[in-house]
Ligand binder design. Structure first.
Ligand code: C2E
Ligand code: CA
Ligand code: CA
Length: 270
């Protein structure tokens, strides 16, 4: 076996025990309304602290968890934890905001997904309108009819749906119209190279496509002022990235939110 295959097997073995050993945590990254500078939501991002390797990035273990099916219990844990945290912030009197949770294709298609989501909302007391599920284009397209019907059940209950990494897949406008959606998240690869063609054109096209479909458009991976200026000039609705804040543990995020919201965005950009 190659070193990579052995490594994968090791990750899988350790992943199996990670949930019961409570090695996972969620970090939260703020999402900002570009018109007001206020934090409208947060994205929950999983973190794994391995007992010997230290922190392992989601890019290294999520694909393994998807392959071996462990994404189902891990995904359910993420959903419960994120909803409970959002409700805890609301109970503590923090401004209301949406919590965005990443959902893998396998999770979405699993027969108990819809009932799991409803029972988690019920258990945690979170109003469904504060939950946004993020799905990639490929997760939606794999079994488009099934995905559309699952999403429409969730959306009728008030849950929001966003397309993640938008622009990297193959979805066409006519396909997109078939899904009940609320938002498009422009993939960070376009945002980071925003001032160089053809990314400039792609970002502008996504923003206007979002507007014509009546969807919010969220730019990911905003790191510098020039990217923010561009997005504001083309009236992108929301943005997320290191420029505004890194993903942080919940206690740190609460401190950030207690501060004056305008401080999140440097004064000259508000
Ligand atoms: P994603 O959903 O596209 O999440 C955004 C990623 O961009 C995060 O990486 C975040 O830390 C990073 N990021 C945020 N702002 C910036 C920025 O300004 N510059 C740059 N270069 N990066 C930025 P992270 O946390 O490593 O997550 C990677 C991917 O792993 C996520 O991409 C998502 O696909 C997946 N993932 C993370 N948490 C979960 C989860 O709970 N469930 C599932 N199914 N997938 C997850
Ligand atoms: Ca995401
Ligand atoms: Ca993304």
């Amino acid at each position: 076996m190659t070193i990579r295959a052995v490594d994968r097997q090791l990750i899988e073995e350790h992943l199996r025990r990670a949930l019961e050993r409570q090695e996972f945590a969620l970090h939260y990254q703020p999402i900002i309304d570009l018109r007001t500078g206020a934090v409208t939501g947060v994205e929950a991002l999983i973190r794994w602290t391995h007992p010997t390797r230290g922190s392992v990035l989601p890019g290294q273990f999520i694909p393994v968890a998807e392959d071996c099916g462990l994404i189902l219990p891990i995904g359910a844990w993420v959903l419960r934890e994120a909803c409970a945290q959002a409700q805890a912030w609301a109970d503590a009197g923090l401004p209301r905001m949406t919590v965005a949770v990443n959902v893998s294709a396998m999770q979405l298609m699993h027969e108990s997904f819809v009932t799991d989501v409803f029972s988690i909302l019920d258990e945690t007391g979170l109003d469904p309108k504060y939950l946004e599920l993020e799905l990639t284009e490929s997760a939606l397209m794999r079994r488009a009819d099934l995905a559309a019907s699952i999403l429409s059940t969730l959306r009728k209950a008030g849950i929001r749906v966003a397309v993640d990494d938008f622009g990297t897949g193959y979805s066409s406008l006519s396909y997109l119209r078939r899904f009940p959606l609320d938002a498009l998240k422009i993939d960070q690869s376009f945002v980071q190279q925003i001032t160089t063609p053809p990314n400039e054109t792609i970002v502008r096209a996504i923003i206007s496509m979002g507007r014509s479909l009546n969807l919010r458009v969220i730019a990911e991976g905003v790191e510098i002022q020039a990217q923010l200026d561009f997005l504001k000039a083309y009236q992108c609705d929301e943005a997320q990235g290191h420029y505004f804040g890194w993903p942080v543990p919940p206690q740190q995020l609460a401190k950030l939110l207690e501060a004056d919201p305008v401080e999140m965005v440097p004064a000259e950009t508000v």
